[in-house]
Design a protein around this ligand. Structure first.
Ligand code: BJW
Length: 237
C-alpha cells in the first residue's frame, strides 16, 4: 500500500497522466461490477450473456439484460472519481458514459458503448440510444436486415483497430499510468498495463482489493476510487 498524499506530489509533476479503468470506477454511481459479489442476474452469470453465442441463442434475454443496464445508467450520475479523471487521458473498459457526463473529452472506450446500437453483421449501420428511453426489442438493421445489438464488444469479438491504436499511443506516451477499478483479467485490454510499464510509465493501481494488476504496480492503493482519486489528482499543493 502507498500513501495517496505522497503520490499526489508525484502526480503534480507528471507530464501525461493516463487512466485505465474498469467497472470499479462506476461502482459508487450504483452500476454493478462484472465479477465478485452480486454477479448474478436471474440466476445467470452476466459473463455468459456478453457473448455472440448468447445473443444468437437468446436475443430477447440478452437485450433484456442490456435494457436493464441502460435503465440503471439513465438513473446513475458520475461520482467523484469520474470528476477527478476529467483532466487526464482515459482508456476505459466501461461501456457507460459517466466519464463524458462528468466532462471528460479524451476517452477511449475499449469495449464500446451502451449509448449506441449497431448492426450485428457489421454492415456499418449504427444509431444512438437514449438509456432513458423504453428498452429496444429485437429488430432488424434498416440497412441490411441483420439483427441490431448494443455497440459493445463481447467475448470472442475483436476490439476496433483504431481504438487499440489510440490506446497503445496513449500508453506509450504516459509517464504516470493509473489502473483503477479493474480485475485486469480481460485481454487484450489488461495487456495495456504492460505496454505502459514497458514504455517507462509509473504504474499506480487503485482498487478495493488486490487484483491481477497488483504485481505490475509500482504503487498500489487499496481503497474506493471515489475516495482515493480526488486526493490523488488534486491540483492543490
Ligand atoms: C473497485 C470498487 C471501487 C469494485 N473502487 N475498485 C489471452 C488469454 C486468455 C484469454 C484471452 C486472451 N486474449 C483474449 C482472450 C479471450 C477473452 C478474455 O480476455 N478472456 C479472459 C476473461 C479469460 N477476450 C476476448 O474475448 C476479447 N476479444 C478478443 O480477444 O478477440 C480476439 C479476436 C481477434 C480477431 C478476431 C476475433 C477475435 C474481447 C473482450 C470483451 C470483454 N467484454 C466485456 C463485456 C462488454 C460489454 C458489456 O459491458 O456488457 O467487457 S466482459 C467484461 O469484463 C466487460 C468489462 O469491460 C471487462 C473487464 O471487467 P472489469 O471492468 O475489470 O470489471 P470486474 O468486475 O472484473 O472488476 C471490477 C474491479 O473493481 C474489481 O477488481 C473490484 O475489486 C474493483 N472495485 N468496487 C475501486 N469502488
Amino acid at each position: 500500500m502507498t500513501d495517496p498524499a505522497a503520490l499526489a506530489e508525484r502526480l503534480r509533476d507528471a507530464k501525461r497522466i493516463v487512466c485505465f479503468s474498469g467497472a470499479g470506477l462506476s461502482a459508487a454511481s450504483g452500476l454493478a461490477t462484472f465479477r465478485g459479489d452480486g454477479g448474478l442476474w436471474r440466476q445467470r452469470d452476466p459473463m455468459t450473456l456478453a457473448t455472440p453465442g448468447a445473443f444468437a441463442a437468446e436475443p430477447e434475454l440478452v437485450l433484456e439484460w442490456y435494457g436493464e443496464r441502460r435503465r440503471r445508467l439513465a438513473e446513475a450520475t458520475p461520482n467523484a472519481a469520474h470528476a477527478a479523471l476529467v483532466p487526464v487521458t482515459n482508456i476505459t473498459q466501461n461501456v457507460d458514459d459517466l466519464l463524458e457526463r462528468a466532462g471528460a473529452s479524451d476517452v477511449v472506450h475499449l469495449h464500446g458503448t451502451l449509448v449506441r446500437d449497431r448492426c450485428h453483421a457489421a454492415c456499418g449501420y449504427d444509431e444512438p440510444i437514449d438509456p432513458a428511453d423504453p428498452p429496444v426489442a429485437v429488430r432488424a438493421c434498416p440497412q441490411c436486415g441483420a439483427p441490431m445489438r448494443p455497440a459493445v464488444v463481447w467475448f470472442g469479438e475483436a476490439l476496433a483497430e483504431a481504438t487499440i491504436d489510440a490506446a497503445v499511443e496513449a500508453c506509450t506516451a504516459a509517464d504516470v499510468f493509473l489502473v483503477v477499478g479493474t480485475s485486469a483479467v480481460v485481454q487484450p485490454a489488461a495487456s495495456l498495463i504492460d505496454v505502459a510499464r514497458d514504455a517507462g510509465a509509473t504504474i499506480i493501481v487503485v482498487n478495493t482489493e488486490s487484483s491481477a494488476a497488483s504485481d505490475r504496480a509500482h504503487h498500489e492503493i487499496i481503497g474506493a476510487a471515489a475516495d482515493v482519486l480526488p486526493a490523488l489528482l488534486s491540483a492543490e499543493d
